[in-house]
Design a protein around this ligand. Structure first.
Ligand code: AHR
Length: 682
């Protein structure tokens, strides 16, 4: 859409800018990543590939929800245990039952794997049949007679407590016109762990729903922070995420009531998270429960040791070799080699209440920190608020969350320019523009809100010697059950919608460099930009954001060795409407497009449209690259808050006061009860 001059806005020009490699700063390879917690049915009913809801009757309020009897068959939930963890089963008296999935089931030509555990109510031999059918239409798309499974495969055991595992492959040859479909089981007796998977990423048997996983992979993230956030903490201490209840065969995973108001299966457990990490080539950042839960309850110091032991065991399970106690257990559960783990985060948002903050400062952080460091000195630890005497040493990060208005994000472009260059690195572990400047909540990211995030991200990147990682939150939203707006990717059982913020993440994440280039004669506002060099791919990226409705010109001289004959291309999002949104399942108003750019005689020029975020890529051709590495590009005079030229660097002696999470004043105080949290819904 190269029609921006037609809007008749004033053309302005950024001139005299030189992008140079006279001095460069390091840039973290982890700059953009994912924070994932099961919120908005992002896990169960989302990226976890299970297509059936309420498959094993877990959580606090158990029921036969999502099941209907065939031909009036009577369904009830009874205390017949499949295992120690799954204690209630579906009793079917009559012809059978069907499950309605996560607000429907998408049927398309694909191979679906159905599994369930079954026990006869009497001594007759079972007669079972499974089908995928339209509910209103009654049309059968595929059916099969399930077979009793004889082998244990680590995730499914063949028999348990008198129950037999059955499996069937269903192969529809045509697509259903809508999601009004069900998974039908003809037969009676007792049923449990009733499961249906379609295609998964890399065909993993207990894997990720392919379309959602591919969208996540598609924005080229570099790390996965998991399993939360609030979901790690739970409302009550007993409802925290318990790593050891998310491993091994699915029948051993009791599931739990999450803090977002629905039960979780924990089918997406520790092994599945690491499969995800390996499949997308991500760096894991593991959140560790640190004794605080969201009902504003805390584990007293005298009772904390078992919780500390638990995280030590968790880390040993992940990183220990197969001769260690927990490494052996991991090997028994199918993973011989330790996983890579370098970063662990102690708690989540421990500034959220006075109790959280004072106990984190008082004993929790310190006790976890010491125990982790003494057993695993190689790990980088991440604090979630600023405890006393922080930092403890030079391997620590500090996770700062920013949920702000667009104008605050634009203002914060230079917030890290004057940030102390001491050894405590910054991790912006959650951020998003959540409220318009007038206070109204943002439901779906707009062109303007996404550009404002981009301006902030440019500020993070130009300081990425110090700001080492950042991630938008939350990333996923099932539109049928959303507790938190806005999100990067919206979906239902059938399809997905990518937001304006998604495209900003994709643009910036896939154009990461390892050196930040200096900007001579730079002026910011109305345009914001950063330039990096990726010396591995011999590319220079110039990232530009325009948070105004004006059309502007951008020109810059390129003084980077080896790039005089580079090829130039650009990709961007742009909209003439500040409030343009990609509303789920409507036509996309904003998406990525190739953007015209000229590169001649070491000068790039392009016209920047309104509400624009773009990346110009120069790809080296021919001559050898000579890059000067260095750090001090920026006046260390503390009165020079924003560098006119180049990349900001400050020394530790120039520490300026930092206000932790100042942006939180804009958010509802919604952390002590699920009910209050639901205020985020429109
Ligand atoms: O991202 C949603 C929630 O926001 C996270 O669970 C929590 O850490 C933050 O308050």
């Amino acid at each position: 859409m190269w029609n921006i001059v037609a809007v008749g806005q004033l053309l302005a020009t950024v001139s005299a800018l030189t992008i140079s490699d006279a001095h460069t700063n390091s840039s973290s390879s982890l700059l953009n990543g994912i924070v994932f917690e099961d919120i908005n049915h992002s896990g169960d009913g989302g990226i976890y590939g299970e297509l059936l809801a309420n498959r094993a009757f877990q959580g606090l309020n158990r029921s036969t929800a999502n099941y209907t009897g065939i031909n009036g068959a009577q369904l009830s939930l009874v205390n017949v245990s499949l295992s120690k963890a799954l204690t209630q089963s579906l009793k079917v008296e009559g012809d059978g039952f069907w499950n309605s999935g996560w607000w429907g089931i998408k049927i398309e030509p694909d191979e679906y794997t159905a599994r369930f555990y079954h026990k006869q109510a009497n001594s007759t031999s079972p007669s079972l049949k499974v089908s995928l059918k339209g509910v209103s239409s009654g049309k059968t798309y595929a059916s099969a007679v399930p077979k009793a499974v004889r082998e244990n495969n680590g995730v499914y055991v063949a028999q348990s407590n008198g129950f037999q595992l059955y499996e069937a492959k269903l192969k529809p040859t045509e697509s259903a016109p809508d999601l009004d479909n069900g998974f039908y089981v003809e037969g009676n007796g007792f049923f449990n762990l009733i499961s249906l998977f379609g295609s998964t990423l890399n065909n993993r048997p207990n894997g990720l729903r392919k379309d959602i996983a591919e969208a996540v992979k598609g924005f080229d993230p570099h790390f996965l922070r998991f399993p939360g956030a609030n979901n790690l903490e739970g409302d009550a201490i007993r409802q925290r995420w318990k790593w050891n209840e998310t491993i091994g065969p699915l029948i051993n995973r009791p599931g739990r009531e999450d803090p977002w108001g629905y039960p979780q299966t924990d089918g997406l457990g520790l092994h599945e998270y690491f499969d995800w990490i390996e499949d997308m080539n991500l760096e894991p950042i593991l959140g560790l429960y640190a004794g605080y839960s969201l009902a504003d309850v805390v584990v007293p110091e005298s009772d904390l040791q078992p919780y500390i032991d638990d995280v030590i065991n968790e880390i040993e399970y992940i990183t220990g070799d197969a001769s260690s106690t927990y490494g052996r257990l991991r090997a028994q559960n199918g993973r011989q080699d330790p996983w890579n783990l370098k970063y662990v985060e102690i708690g989540n948002e421990d500034f959220i209440s006075e109790l959280a903050q004072t106990t984190y400062d008082g004993y929790r952080y310190d006790l976890f920190y010491k125990a982790i460091k003494s057993k695993f000195p190689q790990l980088t630890t991440i604090a979630t608020t600023k405890p006393n005497e922080f930092p403890k040493n030079d391997t620590e990060w500090w996770d700062q969350h920013k949920y702000l208005t667009p104008s605050q994000f634009i203002k914060d472009f230079n917030v890290y320019d004057s940030y102390p260059r001491n050894n405590t690195k910054v991790f912006v572990g959650e951020y998003a523009a959540t409220n318009f400047d007038n206070g109204t909540h943002i439901q779906y990211p707009t062109a303007y809100s996404a550009v404002s995030e981009a301006v902030y991200m440019l500020g993070l990147e130009r300081n990425s010697d110090q700001v080492v990682a950042s991630c938008y939150a939350p990333i996923l939203q099932n539109v049928k059950s959303t507790q938190w707006y806005p999100n990067m990717i919206s979906f239902d059982a059938g399809s997905i919608t990518l937001s304006t913020s998604y495209y900003v993440q994709k643009l910036f994440s896939s154009s990461q460099g390892n050196r930040i280039l200096s900007l001579e004669n730079a002026e910011f506002d109305p345009l914001y930009y950063v330039a990096n060099l990726n010396s591995n791919s011999d590319t220079v990226h110039i990232k530009i954001a325009n948070p105004t409705g004006k059309t502007l010109n951008f020109t810059a001289d390129i003084g980077v060795g080896g790039f005089s004959t580079a090829s130039a291309s650009a990709e961007a999002i742009c909209s003439t409407h500040a409030d343009a949104q990609n509303i789920p399942f409507q036509s996309q108003r904003v998406s990525l497009e190739q953007w015209p750019v000229k590169y001649k005689n070491r000068k790039i020029s392009l016209q920047i449209g309104p509400y624009f975020v773009g990346v110009v890529t120069l790809k080296k051709q021919g001559e050898a690259l000579t890059t000067t590495s260095g750090t001090a590009l920026y006046s260390t005079n503390s009165t020079a808050a924003v560098p006119i030229s180049s990349t900001p660097v400050m020394t530790s002696s120039e520490s300026s006061p930092v206000v932790a999470n100042a942006g939180f004043a804009l958010r509802p105080p919604s952390f002590f009860a699920a009910a209050a949290r639901l205020l985020h819904i429109f």
